[in-house]
Design a protein around this ligand. Structure first.
Ligand code: SF4
Length: 239
């Protein structure tokens, strides 16, 4: 029976977030995903980056809701390997509704208005135009969203909970993979022979847009290859 389905981001108090997390604290990822769909049904969307964690979460979601709504923020500058993976995942899970969400501006329009290669000069503005604003549009009218964040990924992610008050998007952000380690993610992918981005085999632990992602040397942090040369480790979706 849905428990919080009538509640929205604004209506839940901090105590209620604490209580939900307490109730879920002994549950595993599959239980958290089930809980999320029981509570939010069609008002829940998964914003997937199609990284290794994303593939794991897609597989788990497909066991709970075979026609789940999944969005991919198509900045138009992803690696060709990432676009191939999205197509491949759709073939493996034909019932999933994978939506390629486009920015309001084409790359040409962005260049005309903000100058060429905005990712080199103002990556925060570029991320805002090509990721934040499109996700804001997607989440308008939805109550909650799923994310594949893991606590060990970076200090900025170390305190995330299963259920989070998301002030930025006025939404409820549910993160079922918070306890997973990098090895857990890959054990799961190998166990179930899931498709994954071939760039992972070439030294890219975290994969974003092609202009802002480099391979990482052994021993580098999982997000060390993102926005090299800038004091930036997040695109802004999770801050
Ligand atoms: S990751 Fe780079 S190219 Fe992609 S939206 Fe952000 S700044 Fe732009």
């Amino acid at each position: 029976m849905p428990y919080h389905c009538n509640l929205s981001f604004q209506q839940l108090t901090d105590d209620e977030y604490r209580r939900m997390n307490q109730e879920l604290s002994s549950r595993d990822t599959l239980d958290v995903v089930k809980w999320a769909y029981q509570n939010f049904e069609d008002e829940l969307v998964y914003a997937c980056s199609f990284g290794a964690e994303g593939i794991v979460l897609i597989d788990i979601i497909s066991k709970v809701r075979s026609d789940a709504h999944i969005v991919f923020l198509d900045t138009n500058v992803h690696f060709k390997e990432t676009y191939e993976l999205v197509k491949n995942v759709q073939k493996v899970y034909p019932s999933l509704r994978i939506e390629m969400v486009q920015p309001a501006l084409t790359l040409e329009e962005q260049s005309e208005q903000y100058g060429d290669a905005l990712w080199k000069t103002e990556p925060n503005v570029c991320c805002s135009l090509r990721k934040l604003q499109p996700l804001t549009k997607v989440l308008t009218g939805k109550k909650a969203w799923l994310s594949g964040l893991r606590r060990e990924q970076s200090p900025t992610r170390a305190k995330i909970q299963y259920v989070n008050k998301d002030e930025k998007f006025s939404s409820i952000k549910i993160c079922p993979l918070i306890h997973w380690k990098w090895e857990d993610v890959w054990n799961y992918i190998q166990l179930y022979q899931l498709p994954y981005n071939k760039l992972h085999d070439r030294g890219y632990p975290s994969i974003g847009c092609a202009h802002c992602t480099l391979p990482v040397e052994d021993g580098g942090g999982s997000r060390a290859g993102r926005w090299a040369g800038f004091e930036k480790i997040e695109c802004g979706l999770h801050q």
